[in-house]
Ligand binder design. Structure first.
Ligand code: PSU
Ligand code: MN
Length: 306
């Protein structure tokens, strides 16, 4: 699976070959999702949390057009410093980044593609992309959702941010045949808040149930991915009125400034962080760590079943 443009770190390649637990991690969250230096600190803490659980982390990014599955701390620092100058790289952008030998930060969609190619089945992040509010006229639907429909990787996230239309995102995933397993909760988590007004498509309470679901999905050869939605821990969740006010303001500003396309999500995330004075950043960091730990436990359980 290694090639000139696609290189697995030795530790990751060995773990995959020996059927040990590996957790993939995206890099757009580092370059576009958080400011430097908190982005690098968080990325390193997330890798550490995965190791403490007994799994191997594999942060994925393109550096000079070479896709690297598993980064060194120096490479994580490099991508973190490049920040938004690295190309936000989704499925569409992958050949552009590789062909032009650019630095690319992987979204959920492209991380799934690379994880699958590397033989990694579990991936942890903060939030997935989704159907944007107003998508009925803009058609702005994240490529993450179609990737989930076609690539069999399990994505552990804290649900869907209400910068998006949570209800339409759930409808779209249902249409595409993607299950959303809500961990220990009856409602769909909304990233900064543990609950939302939307019912959980499925509730699961143990990692064993999740690994069994994945195994059944494989055996049925459905070829699709799965979302595990893990609520933000209570102590780090944001007050609903505070976060909703910030989201409302960010959405108005995006519309006034004419922000469109792939710039939309990074713009909204950065504005929410500024409007909430950094409280949302702490919540974001903690929920990513929480997802990394759950993803590790799922990966450990899943390899036992293979
Ligand atoms: N949502 C977040 N944080 C993020 C992203 C989404 O809460 O960092 C990033 C992820 O990399 C996700 C991407 O895959 O944004 C989705 O972008 P778009 O909506 O342009 O597909
Ligand atoms: Mn979009």
């Amino acid at each position: 699976m290694n090639s000139e443009n696609f290189v697995l770190k030795r530790e990751v390649a060995e773990a995959v070959r020996e059927n040990r637990a590996v957790v993939a991690l995206e890099s757009t969250i580092i370059s576009h999702g958080m400011p430097y230096p908190q982005n690098v600190e968080t990325a390193l803490r997330v890798e550490e949390a995965i190791r403490e659980c007994g799994a191997v982390p594999a942060t994925i990014a393109a550096i000079g057009g070479v896709i690297r599955v598993g980064l060194s701390p120096e490479e994580i620092e490099y991508i973190g410093k490049r920040g938004p100058e690295a190309v936000k790289c989704s499925r569409r952008d992958l050949p552009f980044v590789v062909g032009k030998k650019l630095d690319g930060a992987m979204t959920v969609a492209s991380t799934m593609i690379c994880a699958k190619r590397a033989g990694i089945k579990v991936f942890a992040t903060g939030g997935i992309g989704g159907v944007h509010r107003g998508a009925e006229t803009t058609m702005d639907i994240s490529a993450d959702l179609d990737e989930l429909a076609r690539t069999d990787v399990t994505v552990v996230c804290a649900g869907v941010k209400s910068i998006l239309d949570i209800g339409l995102t759930l409808e779209y995933l249902e249409t595409k045949g993607v299950a959303v397993l809500c961990y220990g909760t009856d409602t769909m988590p909304a990233f900064y808040t543990a609950k939302s007004p939307y019912a959980a498509p499925f509730r699961v309470d143990t990692v064993e149930e999740i690994a069994s679901f994945m195994k059944a999905r494989d055996e049925l050869e459905l070829g699709c991915g799965t979302v595990v939605a893990n609520p933000v821990p209570e102590e780090y969740s944001m007050p609903e009125d505070v976060i909703n006010a910030a989201i409302g303001q960010a959405l108005r500003e995006a519309s006034e400034a004419g922000i469109k396309g792939k710039a939309t999500t990074p713009f909204l995330l950065a504005r929410i962080k500024d409007i909430t004075g950094g409280d949302s950043l702490e919540s974001n960091i903690q929920l990513v760590l929480n997802n990394a730990r759950l993803a590790s436990r799922i990966a450990l359980e899943y390899v036992k079943k293979r």
